[in-house]
Design a protein around this ligand. Structure first.
Ligand code: GLU
Length: 314
């Protein structure tokens, strides 16, 4: 790969079929990279072993391919290293580095305790951890460890992280007040999204992350991890979300917004891409188009910042 090449990515979680919102975001990630002559990596985010299915990963590839959203590396063909479920050793190594810096501590709080002791974050309802287990004496850690296995949390400082989002502009969060000490490994041993996404975007040489606005508020935490781990961060650009005609967030459980439902109505890949591009402000009319044809028309300035309601019947 040439030095200076832009590398974007698709990072689907195979916990269900991709919905139109996932595909909308993939289209923007693809256009953003391709408009700069860049490449796309496909990484399967199957960290959640209970909910992830290999079948959904295959289906995600088929859906992206059907729409002409190609990738240059990764996916099933790229091999096991593009599946997060195979990357535990790497995540463990990074945890060890943070542990050496004295930044991790075990947290024994149960879900109920977390709800009781945490302050919900004002903007998105996420819980800000109270820090209850931060100062547990070693003897207490030992005693509690006999009863249950702890989660691992990262101690965060009282520091405000500010970054320039490619679409939403300047965004700031105070790590302690807005985020709190956050989990890097869950009590069931599973690695947390925040750790894995930073580890993999860095290891896979990703230079720009394009993803839904719902992850904007994860970005300061991720930037902090980049710094602690000595990785250089990518550019972050968040996209508006597609909402259902009723104004609600789309769900992978809702078949109405899956590609299958649209294909059954007889829509072609180009018709679907054209309609998504129209919703993104890239086309003036919802006419059929291939992703390639959209490259010269693409600009972030055309994309709205407010979330977008799908019309009744798409
Ligand atoms: N795997 C996540 C999802 O499907 C995306 C994570 C990211 O883009 O950082 O929602």
């Amino acid at each position: 790969m040439k030095q200076g090449t832009v590398i974007g990515r698709f990072a689907p979680s195979p916990s269900g079929r991709l919905h139109l919102g996932n595909l909308f975001c993939s289209l923007l990630a693809w256009l953003s990279a391709k408009a700069k002559g860049g490449e796309i990596v496909l990484r399967i985010e199957d960290l959640d072993r209970e909910r992830s299915r290999r079948e959904y990963a295959r289906q995600a590839e088929a859906d992206l391919a059907f729409l002409g959203l190609t990738w240059d590396k990764g996916g099933e063909q790229g091999g096991a290293e593009y599946f997060q479920s195979n990357r535990s050793e790497f995540y463990e190594e990074l945890l060890a580095r943070l542990r050496e810096q004295g930044l991790l501590y075990p947290c024994f709080c149960t879900r109920a305790e977390l709800h009781a002791a945490s302050a919900p974050h004002a903007s998105d309802g996420e819980l800000v951890y109270s820090g209850k287990c931060r100062k547990l004496p070693p003897a207490e850690v030992k005693r509690l460890s006999e009863g249950r296995s702890p989660a691992l949390r990262l101690r965060v400082p009282e520091e405000t992280i500010t970054f320039q989002d490619g679409h939403y502009g300047k965004f700031s969060q105070n790590l302690e007040k807005d985020c709190g000490d956050f989990i890097l490994r869950r009590s069931d041993g599973g690695f947390a999204y925040q750790l894995a996404v930073v580890a993999d975007d860095a290891a896979m040489g990703i230079t720009e992350v394009v993803r839904g606005r719902d992850l904007l508020s994860s970005t300061p935490r991720q930037l902090y991890l980049y710094r602690l781990l000595g990785f250089s961060p990518p550019e972050f650009t968040h996209t508006p979300l597609l909402l259902g005609p009723d104004g609600r967030r789309l769900s992978k459980r809702d078949r109405d917004n899956s590609l299958d439902a649209l294909r059954e109505q007889g829509l072609s890949g180009e018709e679907i891409i054209g309609r998504l591009a129209f919703l993104a402000g890239i086309l003036d009319k919802p006419e059929p188009a291939s992703p390639k044809e959209l490259i010269p028309l693409f600009s972030w300035d055309k994309v709205p910042r407010e979330d977008i309601r799908l019309p009744e019947g798409f």
